[in-house]
Design a protein around this ligand. Structure first.
Ligand code: KG4
Ligand code: ZN
Length: 342
């Protein structure tokens, strides 16, 4: 039997996140106050392979998880007796990576007789907004990460309705692939972002608008167009400035993301729009979103950089919603690589 929740205000949750290549733990109070937020990035280990190596990720998580949790508890200046629950990312993600966090969280919850709260990784990215300001519904979240590109409607607290998603590559994936073509290090998103700010978007690259009423996205055509543009230029002996290519690529991505978000916000008459996920760290996207919503009554929330990329504070924020809804997991909780949001 799992431990039941004793409802109270300002519960203190230890949250664990190990879905990909960041080992993270955080302590969050009442779903909005970060007491600690510790992230150990594995980027240096995966970099030389040009992407995340799942086995390597699992091994690093196993090595680091205990220290990261200890550090999060120390930084929060609380004891295990003061915790009200333990939360963990259940999925989606790499199964071997997820399992490390799930088992660590389960062990602590079991040993301390605490409720175990399962959290969807994307709900974590979305709920990072709660760490900034309270929600107002209906709300819309544009989730752009390495594995996901989705427009999610929230008619009420913790109710997620995916109204649009990518049909092929995620936005972050496209960034990383274009960066690899330009021989930039992994993960390429931040490098393209920096380069784009120095270039002129003077190359004609496609934008996949899809059907007029669709909120879906597609980035594989754009990615191929970038590769072809570079290849053709090379064959003709022409030189393309990498910063112009980055600026042109970024402009195409931002245009479709912002336009569809704006259209969905108007259609569903939302009161709040949230930008979430690793690509939300993109400076060009942040300022384009700010500009597009500056003249509207919609409240735009963009979490700070460190809460956009993978972290455990966002899992603690999302766990608050699970806490309020009494959504606990049993001791048979597993890592679910393809877990659906809705
Ligand atoms: O959310 P996240 O940390 O991990 C996933 O859940 O996927 O997102 C990682 C993705 C990577 O593809 C990375 O290149 C991208 O976010 N990213 C960026 C920027 N910072 C991170 N993409 C564009 N511009 C950035 N500044
Ligand atoms: Zn993520």
């Amino acid at each position: 039997m799992n431990t039941k929740i004793q409802q109270k205000e300002n519960e203190i949750i230890l949250a664990v996140e190990t879905s990909c290549d960041e080992t993270a733990a955080a302590v969050v109070k009442g779903g909005s106050k970060i007491l600690s937020n510790v992230v150990a990035s594995q980027i240096e280990s995966h970099k030389r392979f040009g992407g995340v190596v799942p086995e390597l990720a699992s091994r690093h998580h196993t090595e680091n998880i205990t220290y990261i949790i200890e550090e999060a508890m120390e930084k929060a200046e609380i004891t295990f007796e003061e915790l009200d629950a333990v939360a963990v990312t259940e999925g989606p993600g790499l199964v071997g990576a997820l399992l490390v966090g799930v088992n660590a969280a389960k062990a602590i919850a079991y040993a301390r007789g605490l409720p175990l709260l399962p959290v969807h990784h994307i709900s974590g990215h979305i709920q990072a907004a709660r760490l900034e300001r309270p929600w107002c519904y209906p709300a819309l979240a544009l989730v752009v990460s390495g594995g996901h590109t989705e427009l999610v409607l929230l008619r009420e607290e913790g109710e997620y309705e995916v109204i649009g998603e990518t049909r092929d590559d995620a936005a972050g994936e496209a960034y990383d692939k274009v960066a690899r073509t330009l021989e930039l290090p992994y993960p390429g998103g931040p490098f393209i972002d920096k380069l784009a700010a120095e270039g002129i978007p003077n190359l004609d690259l496609p934008i996949a608008w899809l059907e007029p009423d669709s909120y879906d996205f597609s980035f594989s055509g754009l990615k191929s167009a970038v590769i072809n543009t570079l290849h053709n230029a090379k064959q003709r002996g022409e030189i393309i400035q990498p910063e112009d290519l980055a600026a042109s690529f970024q402009q195409s991505v931002i245009k479709v993301l912002t336009e569809k978000t704006k259209r969905a916000a108007e259609h569903y008459q939302v009161k709040q729009v949230v930008l979430a996920g690793g690509v939300a760290a993109n400076k060009g996207l942040r300022s384009a979103m700010e500009e597009i919503f500056s003249s509207s009554s919609v409240e735009l929330t963009i979490p700070p950089f460190n809460l956009c990329t993978d972290n455990a504070a966002m899992i603690g924020a999302a766990a608050h919603v699970q806490w309020k809804k009494n959504k606990t997991a049993g001791w048979d909780l597993n890592g679910v690589p393809g877990l659906a949001l809705t």
